[in-house]
Design a protein around this ligand. Structure first.
Ligand code: FEO
Length: 394
């Protein structure tokens, strides 16, 4: 991607990966992503904010050359994860006079992850509200741990009200335009996937830093992935909604079936919920990537997992889904498990135990031998009644 001007003497110099289909080898990224970095030129000093993936070094260095940037005074590291710091060792070689500006926690991570031992003289440590004067451009730093690592911080160019927010308010979304219309449905879908996979477990921190962003009142938010946002940005309001602790009147039923019994149970439950007027979405886990499931559970008040029994326990695909729900810690209030078995009988208990750390109420499971019968239908209707009752006030 070409180096592009955001405002006078602030440039986007990062890279776009149109072909990226899995971020961190786990998160599906159907729209690719970008690894954003920014060049801030003052009259006295020049700072690079973040670096990028080591694989993108040719494109990255080319962007700096296009701007005739042959030296750097500072390399600001807002967050140590390798997608933003991976090029740091190279850049420290290429720009031997450059100092790394970061916070104490991030420095520790950078040193250990990139073997930057014996390089204390290359680091400048900053803390909350510290500033660095570049000459007409002042960088001000805000510590923002846990969106999503303990080292994250933001940096503001005070004079221009441009706020670099690291991963916060980013999106895995490759785009040819620097500023994105954030009303686009595919952008919003990508943003929700990103929030679910990266920010959802840290909702309390998300809420805290949304308030910080409001206080700073930037004109432009420049995250480390996806488009640069002109304020007011729709994504900020969406984050507030997603990160609230109030789920929506919505049920997610995710299932996997081997011989059709669990699928029948799932269909019965979904039909029963529809009959009771409860909004519900059904997902076959064999066809549902983790990004779709993650997005679905951002605001669902109830999640039901349904599994057949494989040997003594749940189907591995259902275990994978339970692990995802447990790891992402949605604000779901009610969790349920259903399943069928032939001879092994520990599938639903296994899933229920996996889901306990989410902290939601675990509903009475429905677990049957073989195909559903009249008794099963009665039990599933009871489950639907319970869910409908609990959703009445949502
Ligand atoms: Fe985009 Fe946490 O790295």
């Amino acid at each position: 991607m070409a180096a592009r001007e955001i405002v006078e003497n602030i440039y986007a110099v990062g890279t776009i990966n149109w072909d990226l289909r899995y971020f961190d080898a786990i998160m599906p990224t159907p729209r690719g992503s970008s690894y954003n970095a920014y060049l801030v030129r003052g009259t006295e000093k020049v700072a690079l904010v973040d670096t990028g993936e080591p694989n993108d070094e040719a494109e990255f260095i080319t962007n700096l050359m296009r701007l005739d940037q042959n030296s750097l005074d500072y390399i600001v590291c807002l967050h140590g994860e390798q997608d933003h710091s991976g090029m740091l060792p190279l850049l420290l070689d290429v720009f031997p006079m450059a100092k790394v500006v970061t916070n104490e926690v991030c420095k520790g991570l950078l040193v250990e992850m990139h073997n930057l031992y014996e390089m204390d003289d290359r680091f400048i440590i900053v803390g909350q509200d510290d500033t660095i004067d570049l000459g007409g451009k002042t960088l001000k730093f805000y510590l923002a741990p846990w969106v999503h690592w303990p080292d994250t911080m933001f940096a503001e160019v005070v004079e221009d009200k441009v706020l670099f927010t690291s991963d916060f308010l980013g999106t895995h979304y490759a785009s040819e335009t620097l500023f994105q219309n954030d009303d686009l449905p595919d952008y919003l879908e990508a943003a929700k996937r990103y929030y679910a996979a990266i920010m959802m477990p840290f909702r309390a921190s998300v809420r805290e830093y949304l308030e910080l962003v409001k206080t700073i009142d930037p004109k432009i938010i420049a995250p480390s992935h996806g488009p640069v946002l002109k304020m007011p940005a729709k994504i900020v309001d969406l984050y507030a909604d997603w990160a609230s602790e109030t789920p929506k009147n919505k049920v997610v039923v995710a299932y996997v079936s081997m011989h059709g019994s669990t699928k029948q149970m799932t269909n019965f439950l979904v039909d029963a919920l529809i009959q009771r007027g409860v909004p519900v979405n059904q997902y076959n886990l064999l066809d549902t990537d983790s990004g779709v499931l993650g997005s679905a559970i951002v605001d669902a008040a109830t999640i039901i997992l349904a599994t057949p029994t494989v040997l003594f326990g749940p189907h591995p695909v259902a275990v994978n889904a339970a692990y995802l729900v447990r790891a992402l810690r949605p604000k779901t209030k009610y969790l349920g498990v259903m399943g069928s078995y032939g001879w092994g009988t520990n599938a639903v208990n296994y899933l229920a135990e996996m889901l306990e750390p989410v902290g939601a109420e675990i509903l009475e499971p429905v677990y049957i031998k073989g195909l559903p019968d009249e008794t099963t239908i009665v039990d599933i209707n009871k489950l639907a009644d319970v869910i409908a009752e609990k959703h009445k006030d949502l």
